[in-house]
Design a protein around this ligand. Structure first.
Ligand code: CTP
Length: 412
């Protein structure tokens, strides 16, 4: 997710550098926008180095060429459409006044008017200024328009006075950002169950049948669901990945263990995403001690594991069910048949024979098929970005059918 961090001209501008780092740690892409006065306190280069991207300071680049001025203005306005949230920290009385009155005389105030993303404003100023009726009136009108105001803290101010005016603590600002994103991203209060990784079917205590799944796609999906405010349970086969922060993590080994865990959590789940590569077969018998080489059979007796996805399809009720299909070459007709036969709402198909898709890699190229027949191609991109696109689809489906899904989705 991408946010714009507006920095305005006050002594607390330096605090925005730490805030930027903390936002990045939460996997947010940050575009810094500075007012001209902010540049008097902290050099744009500081934010450019930390964010790894150019800081926007002016509405028009000062190249002197009319065509490049127009290009930069258009490029800048594109920021308004691409962001998920605008955060202004610290916000001066001047910027707050401009936002409240709809003035647009620099890039930040123009961005505020041009974006439809949620806005969070963290003011910082002298306490007399904060208390002034003009400022309070502007704050009230921003609040009335849905802008989230992170009230300044009380304490010693740079001007030597004591009162309310210090920029709120980073944690308070981050909480306001998280809350605004949660509401925007549509999964607040929804329980999402994700399965990931391979399953391992033991032959004896040292030998097993498994597959090449790394779990990366499923973990990326769980992280994306957490970012969107869902309550996430990740049921994972053995992988080398760190359990994602903010998700309940359930570790399983075999298909039978995964099935038991999934069925246990199904009743509360509003959405189930079955990204795990469940082993289709297991040895008919598991030896309790290591089989001697001389006693190894020439062939193994195998039996099918339960098709967990298919059994979920039979009892899913109002739960939105998402399956995955790893195919060698995509045959959309067959994929659609799979979606219908397993009673899925959405099927994510990937061609594992394609370079840069499927197992072991950090990227993926998938096609998403809905039960109503709609097909969307998600071009090759990182698994984190693919997860974002898949959840865009899921949220859209939830919103379209909210009355149908409401009871299950709202279950805590
Ligand atoms: N799956 C499952 N239980 C199994 C096997 C697969 O729940 N025992 C789920 C996976 O989590 C995934 C989907 O089914 O969501 C993957 O199915 P796929 O690999 O396409 O296998 P099949 O449905 O068995 O189809 P095919 O005959 O094409 O292998």
């Amino acid at each position: 997710m991408k946010i714009a961090l507006g920095v305005t001209g006050c002594i607390a501008a330096y605090k925005a550098a730490e805030l930027l780092r903390l936002l990045q740690q939460r996997h947010l892409e940050v575009q810094v926008v500075m007012t001209r006065h902010a540049g008097e306190f902290v050099a744009p280069l500081t934010f450019a180095a930390l964010s790894g991207r150019k800081v926007i300071t002016e509405m028009f680049e000062r190249t002197g060429e009319a065509s490049s001025n127009i290009e930069s203005a258009i490029e800048h306005i594109a920021v308004a459409q691409s962001i998920d949230l605008l955060l202004v920290a610290p916000a001066t009385a001047n910027t707050i006044g401009k936002f409240a009155r709809g003035m647009a005389d620099d890039f930040l105030s123009t961005l505020y008017l041009a974006t439809r993303a949620p806005v969070v404003v963290a003011p910082a100023m002298n306490c007399e200024m904060w208390d002034h009726p003009a400022v309070q009136e502007n704050i009230a009108s921003l609040r009335a328009r849905g802008v989230r105001i992170v009230e300044p803290d009380e304490g010693y101010l740079a001007c030597g006075m004591i009162g309310q005016g210090r920029l709120a603590a980073n944690e308070t600002i981050l909480n306001a950002v998280a809350e605004a994103l949660r509401l925007k991203n549509g999964l607040a209060g929804v329980q999402v169950l994700v399965t990931a990784g391979p399953t391992v079917e033991d032959i004896d205590p040292v030998r097993f049948i498994s597959n090449r799944s790394s779990g990366k796609m499923g973990y990326a999906l769980a992280e994306e669901a957490v970012r969107r405010g869902a309550e996430v349970t990740l049921i994972s086969g053995p992988t080398t990945l760190q359990p994602p922060q903010g998700a309940r993590w359930v570790s399983v080994r075999s298909a039978a263990e995964m099935s038991a865990a999934v069925h246990k959590h199904l009743p509360e789940a509003g959405v189930v995403v079955k990204a795990a590569a469940v082993a289709d077969v297991r040895p008919s018998k598991r030896a309790s001690s290591k089989i001697k080489k001389s006693q190894l059979p020439a062939s193994l007796d195998l039996e099918l594991t339960e098709d967990i996805l298919a059994s979920l399809g039979k009892k899913k009720g109002k739960t939105l069910l998402v399956g995955f299909a790893a195919e060698s070459g995509i045959h959309l007709q067959a994929a659609r048949q799979k979606l219908l036969s397993k009673n899925l709402d959405l099927l994510v198909v990937n061609d594992i024979s394609e370079k840069g898709a499927g197992f072991d890699v950090d990227t993926n190229h998938v096609q998403v098929i809905r039960a109503d027949g709609a097909i969307r191609d998600i071009p090759p991109m990182s698994k984190a970005q693919v997860a974002e696109k898949i959840f865009d689809e899921i949220v859209e489906m939830i919103q379209k059918t909210s009355s149908r899904h409401e009871p299950a989705l709202m279950t805590k």
